[in-house]
Design a protein around this ligand. Structure first.
Ligand SMILES: *[C@@H]1O[C@H](CO)[C@@H](O)[C@H](O)[C@H]1NC(C)=O
Ligand SMILES: *[C@@H]1O[C@H](CO)[C@@H](O)[C@H](O)[C@H]1NC(C)=O
Ligand SMILES: *[C@@H]1O[C@H](CO)[C@@H](O)[C@H](O)[C@H]1NC(C)=O
Ligand SMILES: *[C@@H]1O[C@H](CO)[C@@H](O)[C@H](O)[C@H]1NC(C)=O
Ligand SMILES: *[C@@H]1O[C@H](CO)[C@@H](O)[C@H](O)[C@H]1NC(C)=O
Ligand SMILES: *[C@@H]1O[C@H](CO)[C@@H](O)[C@H](O)[C@H]1NC(C)=O
Ligand SMILES: *[C@@H]1O[C@H](CO)[C@@H](O)[C@H](O)[C@H]1NC(C)=O
Ligand SMILES: *[C@@H]1O[C@H](CO)[C@@H](O)[C@H](O)[C@H]1NC(C)=O
Ligand SMILES: CC(=O)N[C@H]1CO[C@H](CO)[C@@H](O)[C@@H]1O
Length: 450
């Protein structure tokens, strides 16, 4: 893997400097920790910088902790870090920056607009027996063109109806939208969810989730933050999910406050690549996560590139800060697919929260979204670009199921180029108007909503 050197400017006089956690990546075999410590200790001497003293160096070296064979973390002040960087076996050194999951906001039912609520009551009694399914394949990726093989879900949440419509959806109301047409799996697809964990026992996820590794020390492999379970329900949930046959593997990288760090993510990516090789060697995979980090991490960027190169697309939320998505990592990387969001009814861009700008690749539903919560929370209504990313991940998994040979780039292109361009309104300048579509072009049932 290609790693990029990062140069920091250090202050020299820092005997009393604050320490922070750094990631250190080594060029060569780094299995022998004692040899590393001794070699690094020698570097400090030859580095001979003011303000480095033995007890300070000792203290730092005692915190050296292995992430994997070539990667360690170490607690150091910035002068000591410079000494570490001078070691000829050190490939790169960078701060272990904090990473947060993009927040999802609960929408209280009382705050749902009256007209929509009214629709909610009425729509429940509508009879949908006259559905005619007549699918026409999309030219941009292969899928099943036999209408008999399209399944229909009645009274789906609006985000699903939207996904299956090429044009305006007059029944595009919350919470129940136009019927959802979708395909069952042709080939297995595995979705790695790097998130706050998933509750595999909520009704709509029952039997669909494998609990993978947990990288948060001091916490059980349980979704305390609620983020991962919500996203899993959008990817593969029986009621709210886009691709109901997705095999979801939960990898816990965010704690109960919805935060983690680059070292945790690097560790998790390693685990994902190994797990894929061991357990699903010929199954296509997709990674979904919604995180942002303000610091730069060349190590993490390199890993995103590596994963992309290995054929695995990572889908990321554009972020919920009403700002240019290009100011966030990993949103700005070409190696991820970044998703902004819009709402129901008139399909208005979520100007209340969604990030925007040229780094947003595609749009998907992101407000008034029905999801499952962990434990006995049941379903709730939430807002956030994470939800849009979860929906796109489910779509990506469906496309992969019919196109198992797709590389990351093929999949990214298929999702972006199959998106429709004329539905979302109030889109900010320099932002795509493309909103995701699952390729269904059948005629709709003839009933009319109230
Ligand atoms: C090094 O740390 C000191 C004290 O914590 C700080 O004042 C200085 O700006 C830091 N230098 C760099 C390059 O981060
Ligand atoms: C580092 O080197 C110094 C000077 O040779 C020595 O006093 C110290 O014990 C060494 N520390 C470690 C952790 O090896
Ligand atoms: C540094 O650590 C070494 C061994 O870990 C120890 O022998 C030495 O006394 C320590 N030196 C200082 C200055 O703390
Ligand atoms: C050596 O480093 C320790 C720990 O950072 C610090 O408390 C001490 O004052 C330093 N000693 C000198 C002589 O700078
Ligand atoms: C959810 O999103 C909608 C549409 O952007 C907005 O009107 C509403 O205020 C949001 N609610 C919360 C709680 O964020
Ligand atoms: C260690 O982890 C980093 C970051 O995930 C990865 O790039 C590297 O290949 C790993 N090295 C080994 C030997 O597993
Ligand atoms: C899926 O994407 C959404 C949006 O980025 C994110 O909130 C969620 O955490 C992602 N899931 C995983 C497993 O990364
Ligand atoms: C859109 O992009 C153009 C060209 O990069 C730039 O000049 C303009 O300021 C941008 N507009 C906004 C609203 O960001
Ligand atoms: C870890 C991190 O960088 N979090 C940032 C995510 O984006 C928001 C909005 O700018 C920042 O406030 C957080 O610090």
């Amino acid at each position: 893997m290609k790693l990029v050197y990062i140069l920091f400017v250090y202050s020299i006089n820092s005997a009393f400097a604050q320490t922070q956690k750094y990631l250190v990546s080594f060029k060569n075999n780094a299995d022998n920790k004692e040899a590393l410590v001794s070699s690094m200790n020698n570097s400090f001497r030859s580095f001979g910088i003011n303000g480095i003293n033995n007890s300070q160096v000792n203290k730092s070296l005692s915190t050296l902790k292995k992430v994997n064979r070539s990667l360690y973390t170490i607690q150091a002040d910035n002068t000591t870090a410079k000494g570490i960087k001078s070691n000829s076996n050190v490939r790169a050194l960078e701060p272990d920056v904090s990473i947060v999951g993009d927040e999802i906001k609960q929408v209280p039912f009382q705050s749902v607009p009256g007209a929509i609520k009214q629709h909610f009551k009425k729509s429940k009694s509508i009879d949908l027996d006259s559905i005619i399914v007549n699918a026409v394949p999309s030219p941009l990726y292969n899928f099943d063109s036999d209408p008999n093989n399209w399944l229909v879900q009645r009274y789906p949440p609006w985000h699903l109806g939207r996904l299956a419509s090429i044009g305006a959806t007059p029944q595009n109301f919350f919470p129940y939208g136009q019927e959802y047409y979708y395909l069952k799996a042709k080939n297995d697809v595995v979705v790695y969810l790097l998130d706050s964990g998933v509750d595999p026992n909520v009704p709509e996820l029952s039997g669909k989730v494998r609990l993978g590794s947990n990288f948060i020390s001091g916490e059980d492999n349980v979704d305390y933050a609620g983020h991962g379970t919500a996203i899993a329900s959008l990817i593969g949930g029986k009621y709210n999910g886009v691709f109901k046959d997705a095999k979801i593997v939960s990898v816990k990288v965010l704690d109960k406050t919805n935060s983690g760090s680059t070292s945790v993510f690097l560790n998790a990516f390693d685990w994902v690549l190994n797990d894929l090789q061991e357990n699903y060697p010929s199954t296509p995979a997709i990674i979904n996560f919604s995180i942002n980090y303000s610091g730069e991490s060349a190590l993490l960027e390199a890993v995103f590139q590596e994963v992309y190169k290995q054929g695995i697309l990572s889908v990321n939320s554009a972020g919920n800060y009403k700002t240019d998505a290009c100011s966030y990592s990993p949103t700005k990387y070409d190696s991820v697919l970044s998703v902004g969001s819009f709402g129901p009814q008139i399909n208005s861009f979520d100007n209340d929260f969604s990030n925007y700008g040229p780094c947003v690749d595609v749009l998907a539903p992101g407000s008034f979204i029905l999801v499952s919560g962990p434990g006995n929370k049941g379903m709730g209504i939430v807002n956030g670009t994470s939800l849009a990313a979860g929906i796109v991940t489910g779509l990506g998994a469906m496309i992969l199921s019919y196109n198992p040979g797709f590389k990351s780039e093929d999949l990214k292109n298929a999702i972006i180029k199959s998106a429709i361009t004329n539905q979302v309104v109030n889109v900010p300048d320099n932002t795509t108007t493309r909103s995701v579509w699952n390729g269904f072009k059948g005629s709709k049932s003839t009933f009319t909503y109230l």
